[in-house]
Write a protein that binds this ligand. Structure first.
Ligand code: PA5
Length: 453
């Protein structure tokens, strides 16, 4: 991976750029000295033995099942979505089984009733494995999906239904753990100090990915490589630290949005992964000293080249409030030549070139247009999209987030805003123990409603 941050700096952008990259060594030390402990348990990578155990369990599913469905949301879904999208065929579910060499794959990260009905229309539950993933074991969305699926499975398979459920949650804690033990589901554990958005290299991400034949060993070895690089105190040799410092410095200069814009469809969902990681980790009301600070850059998802024809106008000429990180790929897995069709005149500038050249030319052109307009941007380039490079990219983003949180002096690992919504949902749905929350909500309910027949 290479990072080009020329277009962040005053030498290139003039007064809109950064004169130098400042970062507090203290923030770096704070992250590094507590790695692997508390909520930084995500930095302890899974062992080879555990990877082998996951692979052995998932292999027969990968070889035989028609479909694998993940029931999970937020950090219990986005890692698997981002990696599967990067490393499977673009039309994975549409390929015939013999070409796919793996089950069809669905990640159900919403509770839209139409979506659930549609899923049940297309999967044969009797040949499908359902991975119920929830770190807390308490999330309403995931538990309601589980109840619907377990019911559908039981009416078709009777007692054998339980063989089709794989539960992944914190061991010894939470509702899903209780259910899994009492029903006898296959159970994988996730470390107590591994938060949802940092859980992709735990069974939460690795079990679903192994079930569809992804090289999870390669993924984790890429993550290990990024971890090693990210622990280097020399900022010029540490991409995660440099990107954290650049974003935080840009934020101080008024760039309160951080756009991630991959120029590769395979990396499209890295933006979704990043949006959750960055938004939930850094968007905080209080700093660690108890001051009210309301900090955090808003993550924005974009895709090159598609969004050149949608959002780039705003990025170029709208408010000076964004920093753009492009993700590029040097060697695509396919090579597509634009034919030199003699019947068509006037398109010589395209003919004989490749889409590979075109997409990277468009990225360079967009970076130039932004730079010319004085808009900060940087480019993180992957040689190719492989299990190793995807693992490296994701781990780099995780370290980047940890460093940025320390630089902002906030608690990177809590999410009180999310928890408040979860509790309010329990209250509305009538969960015992949440009566007071319901009273609080009723007392505060607004009167400003417009209803239409
Ligand atoms: O990152 C987080 O902690 C959250 O986004 C969670 O992943 C999300 O709320 C789902 O929680 P859980 O995995 O406990 O069901």
């Amino acid at each position: 991976m290479r990072l080009d941050y020329t277009n962040m700096m005053a030498a290139s952008l003039g007064e809109c750029g950064l004169k130098e990259v400042n970062y507090s060594r203290n923030a770096f030390d704070k992250v590094i000295s507590t790695l692997g402990t508390g909520w930084q348990e995500w930095a302890n990578l899974i062992s080879d033995g555990e990877i082998d155990e996951i692979t052995q369990f998932c292999r027969p599913i990968c070889e035989k099942a028609e479909s694998v469905v993940v029931l999970g949301i937020g950090g219990s879904a986005l890692g698997a979505i981002a990696v599967a999208n990067a490393l499977t065929h673009f039309r994975h579910n549409e390929l015939p089984r013999e070409k796919r060499n793996a089950p069809k794959f669905y990640v159900e990260d919403n509770v839209d009733p139409e979506r659930m009905a549609a899923l049940l229309d297309v999967v044969d539950v009797s040949n499908t494995y359902f991975i119920v993933a929830t770190k807390s074991g308490e999330t309403s969305e995931t538990l309601s999906q589980f109840l619907i699926i377990y019911d559908a499975l039981s009416s078709k398979l009777g007692d054998k239904a339980k063989e089709h459920i794989i539960a992944i949650t914190t061991l010894g804690k939470g509702k899903l753990y209780e259910i899994a033990v009492s029903e006898g589901f296959k159970l994988f554990g996730i470390g107590k100090g591994v938060g949802g958005r940092f859980s992709v290299f735990s069974p939460i991400g690795l079990v679903p990915l192994a079930c569809i034949g992804i090289d999870i060993k390669g993924l984790v070895s890429g993550a290990a490589k990024a971890a090693q690089i990210s622990q280097n105190p020399d900022i010029n040799a540490n991409i995660a630290l440099m990107m954290a410092a650049l974003n935080v410095e840009a934020y101080k200069k008024g760039c309160n949005m951080s756009v991630m814009m991959p120029y590769a469809d395979s990396l499209k969902f890295m933006s979704d992964f990043f949006a959750q990681l960055w938004g939930e980790s850094l968007g905080k009301k209080q700093d660690l000293c108890g001051n009210t600070v309301h900090v955090g850059q808003t993550p924005v998802k974009a895709l090159g080249v598609t969004d050149q024809h949608s959002q780039i106008q705003l990025y170029t000429e709208g408010p000076f409030d964004k920093v753009v990180t492009f993700l590029t790929v040097t060697n695509f897995r396919n090579y597509c030549v634009i034919p030199n069709d003699k019947r068509i005149d006037g398109l010589e500038f395209l003919k004989g070139h490749t889409l590979n050249e075109l997409i990277n030319a468009e990225q360079a052109a967009t970076a130039f247009a932004l730079k010319k307009a004085g808009r900060m941007n940087m480019t993180l380039c992957l040689d190719a999209v492989t299990a190793e490079s995807v693992g490296e990219l994701i781990m780099t983003l995780m370290y980047q987030t940890a460093f940025a949180g320390a630089m902002l002096n906030i608690d990177t690992y809590n999410q009180p805003g999310v928890e408040e919504g979860k509790k309010a949902t329990f209250a509305i749905m009538g969960r015992i123990g949440y009566e007071q929350k319901l009273q609080e909500m009723t007392a505060q309910s607004g009167e400003y409603k417009i209803e239409r027949e």
